[in-house]
Design a protein. Structure first.
Length: 297
């Protein structure tokens, strides 16, 4: 695998690390099966690409995309909390609605950004190649977001969100408005996913209506792979594991698709994903069985 492919895998892995953090909040912390991700990821891309192509500042467009994702997550929570729609069904309804909303925002199936300025081109120094500078820029941004998220989840509101996911009945008995915490948690989760979509569109040169297909699977794969590498319940380690899992996942994908002796092609991406997730799920079970056998002996 070439050095260019390695830097590219790191770049995409860091972007999907934000998706992994969002999935971590919804699935692991809130215990909410949120499929809105498949709609909020392309929502962020659609908003950012449309605004940038209309002449808006890329940083302002990225912020607007993040806020749009937060709104989508909050609506999913509202459907569940206020209208009492089952959590999984509420997220599916929002995901379906976002497909049409994204088409409305873009006005067409895709919006190119090949000749438009992006956050990466604005931060690009002439002395450094873009395929190196983009991953480095993303690394700084993602690490900063990781520590900001760690800090937030340690605040009073963050602890209330974590309590809502761990034991909602106990949280309510302590005076926590669990419904509001679900709305806030899902808003943050989908804001991160929309931010990832906005950055992905600017990195890959455009937004496409189909770019969100399978995003939730990638996010879950990153979380599961990360947990198999760093099996810990500490928050700082969990967020780090999600980021590392996303990068490792993309490296394995790049390695599998670029290894000529395996014979895989781009259309085999979902197959590789399924195999990686299966392996990540099986490894902890095998470790547990080995511990049991050693204990018996």
């Amino acid at each position: 695998m070439s050095m260019y492919s390695l830097w590219g895998a790191l770049e995409i892995g860091l972007i999907f690390g934000l998706v992994a953090l969002g999935v971590l909040i919804s699935f692991r912390i809130l215990r909410f099966p949120d499929l809105t991700v498949d709609g909020s990821f392309p929502l962020g891309a659609a908003v950012a690409a449309t605004l940038i192509s209309a002449g808006f500042d890329p940083f302002a467009a990225t912020l607007a995309a993040t806020l749009a994702g937060a709104l989508a997550g909050a609506i999913t929570g509202w459907l569940n909390v206020r209208l009492k729609i089952m959590d999984l069904l509420a997220s599916i309804l929002m995901m379906i609605a976002l497909y049409s909303i994204n088409l409305r925002i873009m006005g067409r199936p895709n919006v190119p950004l090949i000749t438009e300025p992006t956050v990466f081109t604005l931060l690009q120094p002439e002395a450094v190649s873009d395929y190196i500078m983009r991953p480095l820029t993303l690394l700084v941004a993602v690490v900063a977001i990781k520590f900001l998220l760690d800090w937030f989840l340690g605040t009073q509101i963050g602890l209330a969100i974590r309590s809502t996911g761990s034991n909602p009945r106990m949280a309510r008995s302590q005076g926590i408005a669990t419904g509001s915490m679900v709305l806030v948690g899902l808003a943050i989760s989908n804001a991160l996913c929309a931010l990832a979509g906005a950055l992905f569109a600017q990195s890959q040169g455009g937004a496409d209506i189909s770019m969100g297909i399978g995003t939730i699977v990638i996010g879950l794969a990153a979380v599961i792979v990360g947990e198999s590498i760093f099996p810990s319940r500490r928050l700082l380690v969990m967020t780090l594991a999600a980021l590392v899992g996303a990068v490792v996942y993309r490296f394995f994908i790049a390695l599998a698709l670029n290894a000529d002796f395996i014979g895989l092609h781009a259309q085999d991406l979902n197959l590789v994903t399924a195999v990686l997730v299966t392996v990540a799920l099986v490894i902890p079970l095998l470790k547990q069985k080995l511990r049991i056998k050693k204990g018996v002996r």
